[in-house]
Design a protein around this ligand. Structure first.
Ligand code: CS2
Length: 531
């Protein structure tokens, strides 16, 4: 199968649809409810009546993360005796690829939880997941998506549409009304006059149908790596709705809820090798299995407008305020992931596993987390940060996951603000040093040149790629590296109020000079031990 057919194909802004039909090993039957009974005994499978599941959740963005995270928690909760009213209707917002792969399997797919045993030998636990009860492809059936959101049975509308799917201006926190899909949907204005193209427009139009039909409210649940993801989603939805009409905005504000959540599970894109491996283990062909680490962690605010599945039975932590967890996750897990991705890709390493195995990288990440990230985090009773970091390094070192650095490097302009720059801003305000965080940001700036230390070119996969290239070209006109860096920090979507900040510009200049002249490995070693 075409290697480009990753989960990203289902997300907004993703490349054009990739070919969908994976060549199927001739001898193997397709994974299907009719042949579950013959699976090897060690493969977990639905042990409940699938026909009794009711579609209570509409999920937008049916990529690998949603299937490995929401689908897995939901499955465990159902097995643990949770009520069967929360089957998932998955909505692909761009491409039919996932639907084409899973429809012949009646929505079944395999989750391959992978790590290594004590001797370092890769191992996996296979689980066939059964709670995906329906699929809709937005561009084919936009009305169907709105009807699903408006359906009487729907109680939760959840989202994994990646950072860029929200049309959020990260620096100001506002809806980007000029973004073409949003501008289109604002012009259309109401579901009576046409179909939406953007995620936020889709939500608002669906909610409008609910409201005019007198349906009960729903919970809107963001599962993306955004700061205050629930509150952020709420303010974007309300900003859009207020532009349509006040009564709708008031109804949403008064009746619907938007819990914040912290989601954590590493889910690399599926490769053909994964398909072959899973097929061999199942004795069935699954066109789109999902590999993931065994670890998963979900903290979600318990504010649901119309009930929720018994996700706590599956280990989800239901809390009043998810903020401290979310900051820990975004700054420690995602912040170091991005640092490893940009610096590692420039050094020519391919996967997180390979990059974190380099002693310089490991020491650098440890130092960045302990010295610069930890002091900015709110207290979390019972959390031993040192152990958390050790666990994280072990997760990054998982030899059974080929998590490509280029996958994490995608969409940097939408990731850096909450992963690295918020931490920098907080430290600068307190007069604290930022050298290591600055090396990570400089790693991204260095990466934007599009060619690694071995002279190998790659594509900058970022919705702002053209604007970033223009900003770089503009900065290049400045006479010194310091001036060039200063000019580049005026790229507002990423740096916001930090534009031209003297201490930041100094730190970035030192880091970039070192990366350019001595390379990644040497810079990592030096910055790991800097005072
Ligand atoms: C990664 C995340 O691709 C990325 O940007 O940093 O997807 C990361 O793997 C997850 O957030 C881990 O929970």
């Amino acid at each position: 199968m075409n290697a480009a057919a990753t989960d990203a194909d289902t997300e907004p802004g993703a490349p054009p649809p990739a070919p969908t039909a994976a060549p199927r090993p001739a001898a193997l039957p397709r994974l299907h409810p009719s042949n579950l009974a013959g699976l090897p005994p060690e493969v977990a499978r639905p042990r409940y009546e699938r026909n009794e599941l009711r579609p209570g959740i509409v999920h937008l963005g049916l990529g690998s993360f949603a299937r490995a995270f929401l689908g897995a928690y939901n499955e465990t909760a159902i097995h643990a005796g949770g009520e069967p009213h929360f089957g998932i209707v998955g909505v692909s917002l761009r491409s039919p690829a996932v639907r084409d792969a899973l429809a012949p399997q009646a929505g079944l797919y395999t989750l391959a939880e992978r790590d290594a045993d004590e001797e370092g030998r890769p191992r996996q636990r296979l689980r066939v997941i059964g709670n995906l009860v329906g699929q809709i492809v937005g561009p084919e059936d936009p009305r169907g998506v709105l009807e699903a959101i408006a359906a009487p049975a729907t109680r939760i509308v959840s989202l994994t549409v990646t950072e860029k799917g929200y049309a959020l201006d990260p620096a100001s926190g506002r809806l980007r009304e000029e973004q073409p899909d949003i501008a289109h949907d604002l012009r259309v204005g109401t579901p009576l006059l046409g179909s939406p193209k953007s995620t936020i427009g889709t939500l608002v139009f669906g909610l409008e149908l609910r409201r005019v039909r007198g349906m009960p409210p729903v919970t809107l649940l963001s599962l993306d790596n955004l700061p205050h993801n629930g509150r952020t989603l709420q303010s974007l939805v309300l900003a859009f709705a207020r532009r349509s009409h006040e009564a709708l905005a008031d109804w949403i504000e008064a009746r619907c809820t938007f819990p914040c959540s912290m989601v954590d599970r590493i889910v690399p894109a599926t490769t053909d090798a994964d398909r072959d491996n899973v097929a061999a283990a199942l004795g069935r062909f699954d066109a789109w299995p999902v590999p993931a680490e065994p670890y998963c962690h979900w903290v979600v605010e318990d504010r649901f407008a119309a009930g929720r599945p018994d996700w706590h039975l599956a280990g989800a932590r239901l809390v009043a305020d998810a903020t401290p967890w979310e900051q820990l996750k975004l700054r420690a897990v995602n912040g170091s992931h991005s640092a490893v991705a940009y610096l590692g890709a420039m050094a020519g390493w391919k996967t997180v596993h390979e990059a974190i195995a380099q002693p310089e990288m490991r020491r650098f990440v440890q130092a960045m987390l302990a010295e610069e990230v930890a002091p900015t985090l709110p207290p979390l009773p019972g959390l031993d940060f040192g152990r958390y970091v050790q666990g994280l390094l072990q997760r990054f070192g998982n030899p059974a996951l080929a998590h490509r650095l280029q996958q994490i490097a995608m969409d940097g302009s939408h990731k850096l603000p909450q992963r690295l720059l918020a931490t920098i801003e907080q430290r600068l305000a307190a007069g604290l040093p930022i050298a290591r965080l600055a090396l990570a940001v400089a790693g991204w700036m260095h990466y934007l040149r599009g060619i690694d230390e071995w002279g190998r070119p790659y594509v900058i996969d970022d919705p702002q790629a053209a604007a970033l290239a223009a900003a770089r070209a503009e900065a290049e006109r400045e006479p010194t590296l310091h001036d060039r860096v200063a000019a580049f920090t005026h790229f507002a979507p990423v740096f916001g109020d930090l534009a031209g900040h003297a201490t930041l510009v100094d730190a970035l200049t030192r880091a970039l000079a070192s990366l350019q002249s001595t390379g990644v490995r040497f810079s990592l070693a030096r910055w790991a031990s800097v005072e």
